[in-house]
Design a protein around this ligand. Structure first.
Ligand SMILES: Cc1cc2nc3c(=O)[nH]c(=O)nc-3n(C[C@H](O)[C@H](O)[C@H](O)COP(=O)(O)OP(=O)(O)OC[C@H]3O[C@@H](n4cnc5c(N)ncnc54)[C@H](O)[C@@H]3O)c2cc1C
Length: 295
């Protein structure tokens, strides 16, 4: 990274040399050389504008629950640190992108609002969830999304309702330098006991089917249309396949787990092996769901 960075960029709160092991759920990766953590939308806008003006490449990070980082990352990384307030208006809830995703689902349940039960076991931030159009149990974010605010790659603020084509299965157009700032979910009044039971049932289901006691990044590959990536990996006989301390979970074949000292390189190697083996045995080329950052 060419130094020095411009003064207006350096006014945005930042830290140096933060290990990605602390910023991601998988717990691997090199150093984040420049971690910018704006506490206001204006600071986030200043960050994006300064990078755009200088032609500086940069990345945006949420809760790091869908990410494998290989090596050190020299380009500036933006991680929003907006105040974690949730605003209710009727049956709508609005929260900043840096709000914890599970905490938001909890807040909805406490308010007796139904619609975010599916989100109750998906970690990370609201911004990451919107970017990924995260979902589970037949529901996904776009089903409840009423409005959202984001910055364009040039740093312009946009506040809008979702439109067709902007979100689909584990994909949204919120890439390429767009930064989600906040989102509003359209929920419905519900019976608090029923909502709580649904949340607890989903949690229990995850607890028995996913390797939650070990560090992981959720599902590694997207489900191909009409198929389950986990089943394809399982049927290819890959449960328990190991590269160093990285292993294909024996509980859920689409999860790779960190046995404690895995490196990002080991995860990348394991992902490659799983992908080529499934292609060879099942004739299906799996598409990664996790994002891989190369330093
Ligand atoms: C145990 C476990 C279970 C999981 N279960 C599910 C599941 O059931 N369903 C599911 O869909 N996912 C699941 N995931 C994956 C992951 O939690 C989701 O994809 C989550 O929404 C990612 O959010 P994040 O904040 O951690 O994003 P990150 O991992 O930090 O980033 C993911 C992507 O989002 C981008 N991003 C992050 N914040 C913003 C922002 N503010 N604006 C624009 N882009 C942004 C990043 O640049 C990156 O491209 C699971 C993960 C784990 C560890």
């Amino acid at each position: 990274m060419t130094l020095p960075l411009p003064d207006d960029l350096l006014k945005v709160p930042h830290r140096r040399d933060v290990p990605f092991a602390r910023l991601t759920t998988l717990g691997v990766g090199g150093l984040c050389r420049w971690l910018f953590e704006p506490t206001t939308e204006a600071e986030a806008q200043a960050f994006v504008r300064a990078c755009a003006r200088e032609g500086l490449p940069w990345r945006v990070l949420g809760g790091g629950s869908n990410l494998v980082v290989l090596g050190d990352v020299d380009t500036p990384v933006l991680r929003l640190a907006l105040p974690k307030t949730v605003h209710r208006e009727g049956t709508r809830l609005t929260a900043p992108a840096s709000h914890g995703h599970i905490a938001l689902a909890e807040a909805a349940a406490k308010e007796g609002l139904s619609g975010l039960e599916f989100a109750s076991g998906i970690p990370g931030s609201l911004g990451g969830a919107l970017r990924m159009n995260a979902g589970a149990y037949g529901r996904e974010w776009v089903d409840v999304l009423a409005r959202y605010r984001f910055l364009t790659p040039e740093g312009e603020l946009v506040d809008k309702a979702p439109e067709p084509g902007e979100f689909r299965y584990r994909w949204s157009f919120l890439t390429g330098g767009r930064v989600v700032l906040s989102a509003t979910a359209q929920l419905a009044e519900g019976d608090p006991t029923t909502i709580r039971k649904q949340v607890d049932d989903y949690r229990e289901k995850r607890g028995t089917s996913q390797p939650l006691s070990k560090r992981n990044a959720g599902c590694i590959f997207k489900n191909p249309p009409g198929q389950s990536a986990g089943r394809l990996i399982d049927q290819a006989g890959l449960k328990g396949l190991r590269v160093g301390d990285a292993e294909v979970s024996r509980e859920h074949a689409n999860f790779l787990v960190n046995h404690g000292h895995a490196t990002a390189g080991e995860f990348a190697e394991l992902m490659d092996q799983v992908r080529s083996r499934v292609l060879e045995v099942q004739g299906v080329d799996l598409e990664p769901e996790v994002e891989v950052w190369r330093g």
